[in-house]
Design a protein around this ligand. Structure first.
Ligand SMILES: *Cc1c(COP(=O)(O)O)cnc(C)c1O
Length: 683
């Protein structure tokens, strides 16, 4: 949950145990202090030059401000030109300039907003996860293997699933289906010998039959029983087909996740079997002579688990259930720990909901060690380990780039001098403005607010004219601006002044629908790193919130990542006329695309798949975003009928001499042309 602003995120770096992490943290500290000294020197130089402190902005300042090292390593960084660069292979390969890439794509008629997927990042994520488990398995002498699966629900796009299966082949990486349509994707896409196909979600007879029959195609489908009713369905289907199914049980653990998805576990969770139900399942299977079909234990305590302590609790409880099931005679072979492996969206390495206080290696180590110990105590062979990591695999590979269409600033000009005979309320506001100082700024803020409210009541009663009210409002803004200047210099900001930054923030209008491209930002206040992808060698002097294209007041972004909690404004650059300004939203490759909706009928954005080549990059696939015709089709409008309706109306208007032939043709041409166009604004 969002804590009190300014309170530090707990459990911080002390929870890191990987050697690699420790060195990077230390390295960063060194860099930070080196950077500070050079900073101080340049500041002193400037100060001695002329009185005003105008710090020379460097890309290191941008790095620190947008925390790109924290959330972006090793894929995203800033180059000397002040542009974001992408290094899809992490530290092992080349990099490309994101700003240049966007410009090159625009020349190919790929308009913004544009979703860019970096296939190499996907490959790197799969490698990292598998390498972490391989390392943990070696470290603990674990006598078993890891066979991860990707949960299709996390990103079902065909090109992504195809790439994932391809990159996962060396690791026999499989797929997890959570519904019948996802099972159909998984059955058709997964052909890797030895890879697992985990079948979760609600199941009917057709689902179960397809899953069992997939064994005959050489696949390894494991049907995970999540509802007690499914047990008899599976027994019957197996009997009818004459095939022994491979089944698992999903346990409702009593260990609970925390944060946004915390309710996925616990006794009242939507999915899974309680312990009494698991025992009943064992008995039903035993009675049907299918107890050796029961081979897997699964649990899923929620997504984005930010605390390693929660992960440990869950695996400990599950390991005990696993060994008990083996003791009851089940043919246990697999332990499936579900999803939950987190992504550090704010780069703080804490148990804050937008972060996680562990790395992939810590995660793998804890799972391997815990399972091994539980099995060793009972002299049991260790299981094949499965994780259904979606977010951790798919988040990093896509970046959404969008442009700013315009801005609206809080009015801020120094007030005109006081005239004789101005209204008392205006004199009060003016005097407040004049008196603002470091000593009284908090009091002055309350005075200014009160006077402005009084001015509005006086206006409502007819004692203040419209021009007077305008003058009062301008004076109020001027007070806020002056006070904010002082507040920004303070180490500690009093609670009552915290909103000031928000009140005075500019609004940047962005070519984007939050509902389509970042639904979790709107629905559950999820944070994604957002930053300009160029001009990063220039100081961002504006503080802004983002407003999207929809005419819904929820279509905005006013929470941004920060080292402590969240911040309500984002530092951005002033727009320069005739120069586009591009922002990137990062780490949004998991869940966002499919949960997006057509609010205000903004459709899918353009998407491209990029791979690095020795000479630069290549565009593997272009998936054009929705056109107006497509989006209108979803809500059952036929574009020919629509054009016909407009044509008839123009005919009528011409007969009534309300429109000229020329204008009617212009209207029709625009209408028809728009139907085949992108739903977003094009330049
Ligand atoms: C959503 C889900 C996952 C994926 O979780 P992540 O946290 O994205 O890795 C895995 N398993 C099940 C059963 C899920 O419902």
């Amino acid at each position: 949950m969002v804590g009190k602003s300014g309170s530090p995120k707990v459990e911080g770096e002390k929870a890191l145990s990987g050697l690699h992490e420790e060195t990077t943290v230390r390295k960063r500290n060194q860099e930070a202090s080196a950077h500070q000294t050079s900073d101080q020197t340049s500041r002193q130089a400037l100060e001695s030059g002329n009185g005003s402190v105008k710090k020379n902005w460097s890309i290191e300042d941008s790095e620190e401000l947008y925390r790109i090292t924290g959330w972006g390593e090793p894929y995203f960084s800033i180059n000397a030109a002040g542009h974001v660069t992408v290094s899809p292979l992490g530290d092992r390969g080349g990099s490309l300039d994101l700003y240049e890439l966007v410009n090159a794509l625009k020349l190919r008629n790929l308009d913004l907003p544009l979703l860019i997927r970096f296939s190499d990042i996907l490959e790197d994520r799969i490698e990292r996860l598998n390498a972490a488990f391989a390392k943990a398995i070696a470290r603990y002498n674990y006598d078993g293997v890891y066979r991860g699966v990707f949960p299709v629900k996390c990103n079902q796009q065909r090109h992504l699933i195809e790439a994932l299966v391809k990159f996962g082949k060396p690791y026999q990486f499989g797929l997890e289906a959570g519904s019948k349509p996802e099972l159909m994707i998984a059955l058709a896409s997964l052909k890797t010998p030895g890879a697992l196909l985990i079948c979760n979600g609600y199941k009917d007879r057709e689902y179960i039959e397809m899953a069992i029959l997939a064994q005959q195609l050489g696949k390894i489908p494991i049907i995970v029983l999540e509802q007690i009713e499914e047990v008899s369905l599976v027994i019957e289907a197996g009997r009818k087909l004459g095939i022994r199914p491979i089944v698992g049980v999903r346990a409702k653990l009593s260990s609970k996740g925390i944060g946004r998805w915390g309710t996925s576990a616990g006794d009242r969770a939507k999915f899974g079997l309680t312990i009494p139900e698991i025992l009943e399942t064992v008995e039903q299977l035993r009675a049907a002579d299918l107890l050796d079909s029961l081979q897997l234990l699964h649990y899923h305590i929620g997504s984005q688990i930010s605390s390693i302590a929660v992960i440990k609790d869950a695996i400990r409880e599950a390991s005990q259930i696993y060994v008990e099931l083996a003791k009851l005679g089940a043919n246990m072979k697999y332990m499936d720990v579900g999803g939950g492996l987190g992504v550090d969206y704010d780069g703080s390495k804490t148990n804050f909901y937008a972060s996680k206080n562990y790395n992939i290696q810590n995660y793998a180590n804890d799972i391997v060690a815990e399972v091994k110990e539980a099995c060793a105590e009972r002299n049991l062979a260790v299981p094949t380990l499965i994780s259904e990591s979606g977010r951790a695999i798919a988040s990093h590979q896509s970046v959404l780039v969008f442009n700013v269409l315009g801005t609206s600033d809080a009015p801020s000009s120094p007030p005109e001098p006081l005239q004789e005979k101005e209204h008392l309320i205006i004199r009060n506001l003016y005097e407040t403005y004049e008196s603002i100082s470091e000593e009284n700024y908090q009091e002055a803020y309350h005075d200014a607010t009160q006077f402005k409210e009084e001015a509005i009541s006086l206006f409502n009663f007819g004692y203040v004219s419209l021009p007077e009210r305008a003058r009062a409002e301008r004076l109020y803004w001027a007070c806020c601006e002056k006070i904010l200047g002082i507040v920004r210099q303070q180490e500690y900001v009093p609670d009552d002044l915290e909103d000031l930054e928000k009140i005075m923030a500019s609004i940047y209008y962005v070519n984007l629908s939050v509902f389509q491209s970042a639904p979790d930002s709107w629905a559950i206040d999820q944070l994604f790193p957002i930053m300009p992808i160029h001009r990063l060698d220039e100081e961002p002097t504006k503080r802004a919130t983002l407003a999207d294209l929809t005419c819904d007041s929820d279509g905005k972004i006013d929470q941004f990542i920060d080292l402590r909690d969240v911040k309500h404004v984002l530092e951005l650059h002033p727009l320069v006329e005739h120069h586009p300004y591009y922002l990137g939203m990062f780490l949004n490759g998991a869940y966002q695309e499919i949960m997006g909706n057509l609010h205000n009928l903004f459709g899918d954005t353009n998407a491209v798949h990029i791979t690095l080549t020795p000479k630069g990059y290549q565009i593997d696939h272009v998936v054009k975003g929705d056109t107006m015709t497509e989006v209108l089709g979803y809500v059952q409008y036929n574009s020919e009928d629509l054009v016909e309706s407009i044509r008839q109306q123009t005919e009528q208007a011409m007969q009534d001499r309300r429109i000229s032939l020329q204008d009617s043709q212009l209207l029709l041409q625009n209408y028809e042309r728009s139907l085949s166009r992108y739903t977003y604004l094009t330049s």
